[in-house]
Design a protein around this ligand. Sequence first.
Ligand code: FES
Ligand SMILES: [Fe+2]
Length: 319
Amino acid sequence: MFTNFANVWTPLSLSRDLKPGRPLGLKIAGERVVLFRDAAGQPGALIDRCPHRGVALSLGKVVNGQIECPFHGWRFDRTGANCGVPWNPDAKRDQLGATALPLRETAGLLWLHTGVAPETEPEISESFSLPKMTLCAQSVVWNVHWTRVMENMLDMPHLPFVHRRTIGKALSRTVLGARMDITVEERPYGLRLSSAVDGVARPGVLDYRFPNMMELFIDPPGRRLRLMVASIPQEDASTRLLLLTLRDFARAPLLDPLFRWMNARIAAEDKAIVESSLPPDIPLSGGEVSVRTDAPTLAFRRLYRQRLLGGDARPIPET
Ligand code: FES
Ligand SMILES: [Fe+2]
């Protein structure tokens, strides 16, 4: 299950996007997953495959907080327990359950664990617990492997080229003789990245949170504005980007579309370029050359290889 993305926590969506009475089917790293809320509003996640004949439970409906399979009407609660087998009152229901996955509802988000027995809890950015922060989100899909998306989010030298009208505006693309220095600090949650150009520190610290989140700190004076992206694998060459904006100003929900538009515009600038990557997933040996300012990418590849591929891939060449 969850090939090369097993036993990690990933955010999936805003809590408020999982409505009572409505199943939500998602694809995560090649597996179908269905989310729904029980009668008390508690969320649950099951592998979206009925144990009877394998159909998608997400095509069924939620009845009294249980999901009812669309084919023969078997019902399951959020722990996967079988709660009813039509026409078979004598069925051994305790042997006819669905597979539940750990799910948490924290910081206004739903977090899924891609394994059945988590030893950790989701690693949540402190930004979520700052006072008066308001959160809005949206999803976009890119046709490329999630690792390419993740690396793009950690990459600073591309800013004045791809984002010259938005977050790269302040970095002039004409200064080809300039030197960028990137500092990569290891943190318990992943990496902290900062940069300097010709020895002058630049604003815009960036965090990588293992396995698939980045957070960009772009606080205007006296305010807090954080852009986050979760790179959620769907299939090998399909990734859903969950774009999150956290802010402590202009908090009216009416203004959410403005912040969503800003985040989506930045992501749209990258999309076609990252989707054109060959191969669509990152090569773990050979095939690409790297330079000093690729340090964040290479640090990510190291963690990816060690913690998600089990350290069994060949070493990554560094230049
Ligand atoms: S396939 Fe789900 S109840 Fe038969
Ligand atoms: Fe970008």
